[in-house]
Design a protein around this ligand. Structure first.
Ligand code: FPP
Length: 261
């Protein structure tokens, strides 16, 4: 397709999506980088690099559409098990991203957050991450971009359970006071609304330890497009799919229809 025609398609899709309900929080499993690269005879890291371009494009589009939160699975707790070279290359890419995105995030009023066992990250990532979180936290924000880094949902729930147990043991918290909110406040995603939509790119149909608690009522969307090719059009198409779904939160279809008049 010619560039002009592609731009017109994108504009038409954007206009259609803007007319519908925009979810507050979208979370994405950015999968398929390695296979995208291997299919082109390139090293896997070339896929991660191209994936960084999708991160930029999707973040910008999400902000333009008015999402209040976007959460990206950038490095899982289990990704530490990958070959040393690949882990090192991913850390380099993250550092590069954190050093280069300052103006983009500030100009677009995006606050950067991170969720995960951040102490495990090397200082070459931890330091620019802390710096950018600090800078963007001090400014007005229209969207929160959370990078799930060294993140695993089970690890997160264990961490929250330990924190609750230690407060109960110390007499700071009554066991009966533990409820969903109290646990939620101790998750690495504390402060974020639950995701409305969780997207996984790259063709696999699983959650891979991502936001298992938070996604209890999320719509799930699995797409075959590898993350490096997802870009603006991928996000817009996913939102159009989301807009066609009915969210019932345990109620009946008739109840939901009555609530929406
Ligand atoms: C999964 O693809 C993706 C990752 C493990 C890393 C995601 C990282 C990026 C998109 C780039 C850096 C991030 C930022 C925020 C700049 P995979 O390698 O498992 O793909 P495969 O299933 O095809 O092997």
């Amino acid at each position: 397709m010619k560039d002009g025609a592609r731009a017109r398609d994108l504009d038409a899709l954007r206009a259609e999506v803007r007319r519908g309900r925009i979810p507050a929080h979208v979370a994405i499993v950015m999968d398929g980088n390695g296979r995208w690269a291997e299919a082109r005879g390139l090293p896997r890291v070339a896929g991660h690099r191209e994936g960084s371009e999708s991160v930029r494009a999707v973040t910008r589009e999400a902000r333009k559409l008015g999402l209040s939160a976007l959460t990206l699975y950038a490095f899982s707790a289990q990704n530490w098990l990958r070959p040393r070279d690949e882990v090192g290359a991913l850390m380099d890419l993250l550092r590069e991203y954190l050093l280069s995105e300052r103006a983009e995030l500030c100009d677009n009023q995006i606050r950067l957050e991170a969720a995960g066992d951040l102490a495990r990250l090397p200082s070459r990532v931890r330091e620019p991450l802390a710096e950018l979180r600090g800078v963007t936290a001090g400014r007005p924000a229209r969207m929160v971009l959370t990078l799930a880094l060294s993140y695993g949902s089970r690890e997160e729930i264990v961490h929250a359970a330990r924190s609750l147990a230690s407060d109960v043991a110390a007499g700071r918290l009554a066991a009966e006071a533990i409820d969903e909110e109290e646990l939620g406040r101790r998750l690495w995603t504390a402060g974020l609304p639950d995701p409305d939509l969780v997207i996984r790119t790259g063709g696999e149909r699983r959650l891979s330890n991502y936001l298992l608690w938070q996604a209890a009522y999320a719509e799930l969307l699995f797409v075959d497009t590898p993350w490096p090719e997802f870009r603006e059009i991928g996000l817009l198409s996913a939102l159009r799919d989301f807009q066609r779904r009915e969210r019932r939160f345990g109620k009946t279809s008739a109840q939901v229809a009555a609530e929406h008049g």
